[in-house]
Write a protein that binds this ligand. Structure first.
Ligand code: WT7
Length: 631
């Protein structure tokens, strides 16, 4: 990209004020430096953090694609997120500002957060949690989820957070696969003024998981729950014990030791346990948050995701704390009790940077401008988007109504697997609504056809990444071959993202969507296979196929095609029952939009369901190549 006048299409140039504030004024220069010396660039970023022992090699690529970043180094991400701040003025700075759905407020200085994390780390140790053990965390958006994650990492154990919007089957599968001994949960959470009964779901899931010895429950909703003697403990009671002292040494970890497992959906089969490690992940999220959202000491950063997804892991919990920033968290729904809730929070807490998903923007947009216009949003200086492509209409509304035309929107493309932003602008980069602009420093992206040839600019193809990056997944839990097969095999030596995309003449990337059996519902990543197995668990259903179809607010919604068992007749009531069944087993976010009863499903001769054909039929589009279709 050269002369700014030459950019094609609708372009938003940064104002002089934005450039003035930006950490990076000359994007091209930094990009060139990182391209010329990838390891040098990341070594310099890593040097801004503390290490118990320096690395021998920045990037060990002797066993691709199992890249090892900062090989030989010793650290612990919690040392950099909490311990090191205790030695500076940040000890007294707010680390976390939390607001409950009912309006309660809790704030934690870096001192207070560290103290509670130490206390809970001591509790976990007393429960027998050791380095390398897995701890499942299934909690609402309350400060204790952050404390539980950090305490687990502090003792060298591996957290596996399961999003609180999932239900019993999803939770059980993830506890089982991770073989967790300890589960941390809450009695419930508040969402839309209602209680979400988390402990009840845990009870059901754990009944079928023999590895679980201990369940620790935070008291949040105070509704009555069952406590099993010898297995169940109240968090607040444990935290009062003398063993829960406010001092706890942070475990020394190898840079490549696992920090967490996060389950995510892919092509068919069960969710995969993506593993991120302490060293490289720490450097990647630190550096991306620093450059992309340009966080400064005086910022109040609000990533409005849930800690249960990678967005929350990287940019509610780890990234901001590594930066020594103030991270804001709100428990409840954006429209509770009214559609101005978010905007009133921005005003009341002086939020300076807001990072959210297109689905939330579209959802709030529906209520009109008068809701945000009732509030003073002048504290905002930057906005962000993540999770799915943002349609230009929503982009413009977000920019004009929320950002008042002053705040650049950082559209960040990345994945659970990448751990950090991969295609993203920084504040001084000219923006085009709907494009994440270009790859982050040190990265090269390409658009390839099926054979691996680059497609011409403007044409659709498969998105691949060329270079290793520090926050890359290190493996898939218990299944390293699956990582090689799914991401590094189609195009040897290159990372296949699973997305279709285009690149324009200016080198800007435009994401189109997933090319596999992943559905993005309100930005949540769901696998068709998991939903299909919940469907066939219903007594009336013999076989099922699930596809995602476009939805105005959610981006995509779930459509189920079901073959009934003998003796069952299709009806509206049965369709509703099936929807409830899926929501109950998988979670409320997985409730199907539509259940259709069919006589047959389109299949290949080898018996694979052709979801592509279902999708085309549902939208009245041409069915494409159906030569393998069995009739
Ligand atoms: C998939 C990854 C990484 C945070 C949340 C999602 C889609 C993500 C964007 C964006 C267009 C996006 C892709 C990707 N996606 N961000 N800015 N523009 N699409 O993580 O749940 O692992 O999902 O989300 O399809 O492959 P995830």
């Amino acid at each position: 990209m050269s002369d700014k006048q030459s950019l094609e299409g609708e372009v938003f140039y940064p104002s002089p004020e934005v450039i003035e504030q930006a950490r990076i004024k000359d994007w091209e220069a930094v990009a060139r430096r990182a391209e010329a010396d990838l390891e040098g660039f990341w070594a310099q970023e890593a040097a801004e953090l503390e290490w118990y022992q320096r690395w021998e090699k920045v990037l060990d690529d002797s066993n691709k694609p199992f890249f090892r970043w900062f090989a030989g180094a010793k650290t612990n991400i919690v040392h950099n997120a909490l311990d090191r701040h205790q030695k500076t003025y940040r000890k007294n700075k707010l680390s976390l500002v939390w607001v409950g759905e009912k309006g309660e407020v809790r704030t934690y200085s870096y001192f207070a957060l560290n103290r509670d994390v130490c206390k809970f780390a001591n509790v976990l140790k007393a429960m027998g949690v050791k380095k390398g053990d897995r701890v499942t965390i299934y909690m609402p958006r309350i400060p204790e989820i952050v404390i539980a994650m950090l305490a687990t990492a502090k003792v060298g154990a591996v957290h596996s957070v399961v999003y609180g919007g999932f239900s019993v089957d999803a939770l059980q599968g993830r506890i089982e696969d991770s073989e967790s001994k300890v589960v941390v949960t809450a009695d419930g959470g508040f969402m839309n003024g209602k209680v979400v009964e988390l402990k009840k779901t845990v009870d059901e899931a754990v009944r079928r998981c023999p590895t679980v010895e201990t369940v620790i429950t935070v008291q949040r909703t105070h509704h009555e729950i069952r406590m099993e003697p010898g297995r169940d403990y109240w968090y607040h009671e444990l935290m009062k014990l003398p063993l829960a002292s406010g001092h706890c040494a942070t475990e020394v970890m190898d840079a490549s030791d696992p920090l967490y497992i996060l389950y995510t959906s892919g092509t068919t089969g069960q969710p995969k346990g993506i593993i991120h490690a302490h060293g490289g992940y720490m450097v990647g999220v630190y550096s991306t948050l620093k450059y992309v959202f340009d966080l400064k000491d005086e910022d109040r950063w609000w990533c409005a995701a849930d800690p249960g997804w990678v967005t929350g892991h990287s940019y509610i919990v780890y990234g901001p704390l590594l930066m020594g920033a103030t991270t804001f968290m709100y428990e409840g729904a954006p429209t509770y009790p009214y559609p101005n809730r978010w905007w009133s929070l921005v005003e009341k807490y002086g939020i300076t940077v807001l990072y959210t998903a297109p689905t939330a923007i579209r959802g709030l947009m529906r209520f009109g401008e008068s809701w945000p216009n009732r509030h003073d949003l002048s504290s905002l200086r930057l906005l962000g988007s993540v999770g799915e492509p943002i349609n230009p209409e929503a982009w413009r509304w977000y920019h004009r109504v929320i950002g008042k035309g002053r705040c650049p929107i950082m559209d960040t493309w990345w994945q659970t697997e990448t751990g950090m932003f991969m295609i993203t602008p920084t504040p001084s980069v000219p923006l085009k609504p709907g494009s994440g602009t270009r790859p982050f420093f040190g990265q090269k992206a390409e658009i390839l056809d099926d054979q691996g040839n680059p497609v011409p600019d403007g044409e659709e193809g498969y998105l691949v990444l060329r270079n290793p990056w520090p926050a890359m997944m290190t493996t898939i839990f218990k299944d390293p071959d699956r990582m090689v097969k799914q991401y590094w095999s189609k195009y040897p030596g290159k990372y296949q993202a699973g997305d279709a995309a285009k690149r324009d003449k200016d080198g800007y990337f435009w994401i189109i969507g997933r090319t596999d059996d992943v559905i993005k519902v309100s930005g949540y990543r769901l696998g068709t296979a998991e939903i299909e197995s919940a469907l066939v668990a219903h007594p009336a259903i013999a076989e099922a196929a699930v596809i995602g179809l476009p939805h105005e607010v959610k981006g995509q919604s779930i459509h189920c095609y079901c073959l009934l068992r003998q003796g069952f007749k299709p009806s509206e009531d049965l369709a509703d029952e099936v929807k409830n069944h899926v929501a109950q087993h998988m979670g409320p976010i997985v409730r199907p939009e539509k259940v259709v009863f069919v006589e047959s499903l389109p299949k290949t001769r080898s018996g694979k369901i052709m979801r592509r054909v279902l999708k085309a039929r549902a939208q009245g589009l041409p069915e494409g190549d159906v030569s393998t279709l069995e009739e």
